[in-house]
Write a protein that binds this ligand. Sequence first.
Ligand code: UDX
Ligand code: ADP
Length: 458
Amino acid sequence: MTFAMNILCIGAGYVGGPTMAMIAHKCPHCRVTVVDLNPERIAAWNSDELPIYEPGLDALVKATRGRNLFFSTEIEAGIRENDIIFVSVNTPTKSFGLGAGMAADLQYWEKTARQILEHSQSSKIVIEKSTLPVKTALAMERILNCRENGVHFDVLSNPEFLAEGTATRDLESPDRVLIGSREDARGLKARQTLVDIYAQWVPQERILTSNIWSSELSKLVANAFLAQRISSINAISALCEKADADVAEVAKAVGMDSRIGAKFLNASIGFGGSCFKKDILNLVYLCRHYGLDEVADYWESVVKINHYQQERFLRNMLDAMFNTLAGKKICLWGFAFKANTGDTRESPAIYIAHRLLEEHAEIVVSDPQALKNARLDLAGETGKISYVEDPSQAAKGCHAIALLTEWDLYRHLDFEKIYETMAQPAFLFDGRNLLDHRRCYDIGFNVYPVGKPPLTHF
Ligand code: UDX
Ligand code: ADP
């Protein structure tokens, strides 16, 4: 079968996989191939057990795979055979050299650019999908267009705004799609090609176009603003605990101001995920690079408050449990960085587990989707750790439960029964304010929410 358009995506991760599945689903006239250097990942994409858990994704992949969606490790052939190439490889924070701990590590990106150059026999549109520092497109253009052989590359920026756990919904009905390009005739033509793909299912007014640098920067800024809201409400949660106020009531009152809005105001143990911290540090690095130290300090404080919130949660546990956790058994409900994903990248649970082990507590980790990743994250830790999928079983014999991920299933457990199987006095630390605190207190738990007065029996 011949297709009107051949699309390649390099990088079959949390962004590349779902995004390409949606394009294949909405554009049956396009042949979409996703390649990755990791053969296990590709094998999983071709199997019944996809490498990532994402509601709705199985059905999407099943409907398109083998029809116009293909997963492969043949990167070079993919580059040769496709005219439109999305690049969705990982861009972790640099762990060495200049900018370590702050700047993005662009080695995978540059490697991909050189690979595209090496194996392209015709002109192509190359699209940045991964979050990247501003002006990466410029570097990409320079690498790609360094040869005088009639093969030309147009570089576009098309940042992905999907959130994990709601990826299929976000892709199907995005708030906006952003496409940045050079604004010369070639750039505008390339931009239009990508606009036409999204226009198959996204209303025109939601497809925004801009210059390429605005597009790159918008992604960093959107994530910084979202994270800033969480750090703002988390900072206020600390004050609420001292001032006998209830952070949920404050958030509701504040969020009803339509200028502020109600979303992203849930106090928690702090934000996790692969993007927020990385992107803010990237922004901070960029500001320092341009000598904007005050601006850099402002954004850096968002990350500092996030760390503070995680440590504060741990200290509250320590304080409530008579200043010693040594030898106590603590059950962690949830390890994923948020509900409805098995992803644990930058999950606050990693830090909290680490600190509990430092205090010589024994931990029992429970999560419906993230135990495999939790084992990898905690592999280097010393101390007693066990993994139990069933949350009620996991709590058996424990001195405390710390709820770290807002999985809906935790709302519907038999708390009377759980309480009876625990060591007394039993403590419940609700790091997501998910549970019915009054009911748990009435059963006998000593309940410690975030940003609300605790309910204790002493
Ligand atoms: C984020 C952005 O939302 C998305 O647009 C971007 O493309 C990638 O980064 P993601 O990290 O998948 O998406 O999840 P998100 O829903 O933003 O949650 C991030 C973290 O913030 C999670 O740990 C979540 O639990 C936490 N959070 C979110 C809060 O603590 N409180 C809130 O009110 C909202
Ligand atoms: P994201 O959340 O941004 O999608 P992931 O880490 O989930 O990030 O996915 C990135 C994917 O990119 C990984 O599967 C990784 O193996 C792949 N990758 C990294 N470098 C290359 C490369 N040079 N060629 C092909 N795939 C790559």
